[in-house]
Every structure is written in C-alpha cells, then in structure tokens.
Design a protein around this ligand. Sequence first.
Ligand SMILES: [Fe+2]
Length: 244
Amino acid sequence: MAETTARELKLIQYLNEAYGKERQLEPVLTLQITLAKSLDRKTIADRLQEHLKETRGQAKALERRIKQLGGKAQTGPDLPGPDLASNAVGALTAVANQALSAAKGPVQALRGTSPNDNLLRNLRDSYWNEAEEIAHYHVIEAVAEQLGDKDTVKLAKDHRRQEERMQAFIEKQIPIVVKEVIKAEVPKEDRPQTTTRRRSSSSGTSSRSRSTSSRAKTKTAASRSTSSSRSKSTTSRSRAKAKS
Ligand SMILES: [Fe+2]
C-alpha cells in the first residue's frame, strides 16, 4: 500500500472529526425520537428518524472516504490506526472526540421543567449540533477544495446540505414547541397572548387607520395648498387684469 501523504493525512484528520461527531449523534437522535414519540410529536419524531438514517449514512460515507485515503475511521482514543501515520491522525482525532463527548450527549435528553420543555431543550441542542456539523463540513469542503480532492468536496457538500435542511426544520419547530411550553407552564392569567393579540390587532387597525388618516391629512393639506396656490394665482391674475 502506498504511503499516506501529508495531503491525505490532513483530509483524514478532518473527516475523522466529522465521523466522530456523526457517531456521537446516533444515540442522541435515538433518545430524541423516543421523547418526541412519547409526546405524540409525530412530525418531529419522523423527521428525527429520517435524520438518524441520514446520520448513519453519513458515518458510513465518511468511513469509506477515510479508508480510500488510506486511513481508518475512529471515534476515540481506544481504536488504534493501521500504521504510524494513521496513529498520528488517530491521536489528533482522539483529542477532538474527547472534547465532543463533553458536548451535548444523551444525558441532555433527560431534563427540563415539563415534557415539552424537555423537548424544546433537545431541539435547541439539535440546532446547536447541526450548526457544529455544518461547520465541520464547511471546513472539510474548503480543505478538500484547496487540496484538489473532488470526491471529498462532493461528500462534504452533500452532508452539509442534509444538516442545513435538518437545522431549518428544527428552526420551524421551535416556536410551535414554545407555545406548548407556555401553555403548560405559564398560567393563563400570566400570559399576555389574548390582550396582546387584541392589542396588537387593534393597534394594527389603529396604525392602519392612523396611516389612512395621515394619508387623508396629507391629501387635505396638499389639496389645501393646491387650492390656495390656485386661488393665489387667480388673485394675482385678477390683480394683473385690474392693473392693465
Ligand atoms: Fe445532523
């Protein structure tokens, strides 16, 4: 087997860090699916399930690419690399993955002041995790582009798009779940919704009517000025006639 070059080692290093992240997220997603299901959140559970499938696929694709480049996919310090070069990569990856294990893990799936608050916190973490994955793939894409590795560029782009789609989904779910949290945890009398809605709708109307009335005022002022300038010009014309 040909010796692994510094170029390949660099690519393997970043690919392995993304691999570690994807593998770390598999149990997190599994727990989040269970939670979403227990709350009858079918839309969220289904999307998480779909993303779990994507995540597993990404891990496999990363593993494949790392192997093609002469390395070995690793998630932690316990897995030895195939040779000295890959061990060097493995050591770097180990540091990265130790940091990752301190990140948002399964324990995070079990907290909160109510089931929906728990779900909301998990969605917040998921958003955060997607952002981290997107960052990984941006880095990989740039490294691969500058090192002329088209296959890795394509892989990074494909994975990044999947993460971005997932992140956009989470973003849309946040206000929906927030509504449920407020409903469950803030007594009706402490919620401003009804008054706010009435106020905002009435303020909407009043601002509309204000703007209508201001438009009317402007029109009136404009017509006043037109008519006054018209009458002025009429006066000056009659004065001129009188003089002649
Ligand atoms: Fe993801």
